[in-house]
Design a protein. Sequence first.
Length: 335
Amino acid sequence: MVLRFVQLKEQGGTRLLAAVNDAGLARRVEVADTLLALAQAALAAGATLAEAAQAHPLAAEIDIPAALAQGRVLAPIDHPDPAHLILTGTGLTHLGSAEGRDKMHKAAQAGEQLTDSMRMFLMGVEGGRPAAGAVGAQPEWFYKGDGSHVVGHGAPLTSPAFAQDGGEEPEIAGVYIIGPDGSPYRLGFCLANEFSDHVIERGNYLWLAHSKLRQAALGPELLTGELPADVRGASKILRGGQVVWEKPFLSGEANMSHTIANLEHHHFKYDLFRKPGDIHVHFFGTATLSFSEGFQTQVGDVFEIGAAPFLYPVSNPLAQAPKGIGDKPVTVRSL
């Protein structure tokens, strides 16, 4: 059974798609050269991605680690029209440490004044795991951008010149396509760095929307099937080739206050997000940030995020764009 898909490019720019098994054996998919094309073929045939990929025998073996080293591995999903790939996410979805949860509940029980963020978190703890057929509590939700904000492994995560911070958020993202009848289909999951401006966010929680309008990195592979309940990984920051910050991170429903199904419902309940042919990448949140521990990133730092069952980590250097239109007042002219 095919469990993973990796998008690559040849030296001349030709695209190809690899199917990868648990042991890391990768072979070229003959029926499609992109994940989007394979998803469209699967929808047309009423098949799974794995079934569609194996409609013809898989071809030549591909050395994925070598392709990663050569910079030939792309993000696991893209769209020829970036406006039809929508990046969104949910926050306050992960439980964090038991000690932190205990303190939150004690504060709630004592009737102390809670921030809106804490109230949102407690709503998820209490109502984010509804019974089958029921609708749970709404999560925090944000818009992050379109397909132009997606970068793959090895590509820089570039902050705007006016940004006040560029920080990592190690997460799992779900990847979806909307079928011809408007139904959402999950293609699978990938590792992600939901890159954000935490200084802006800290200034005022109503600036969260501004802080999220940044690029995001997606890990090399798309994992098909269900996400394991307990995902354990590590988030690292390297400077000059040396690890200067590192911490484990947890994801998967065993470590979340919301079920993935509940997060998916509250995104796709909107007609706006069920337009046939569109691709959605939805970030499920995290409980691990270097910023929350006082670490200050610098241009040139390298973020590295890895977690089983994903075979390949996602690694990206931090960059900052030169001054441009957003660094001085934008003049709007009448026509």
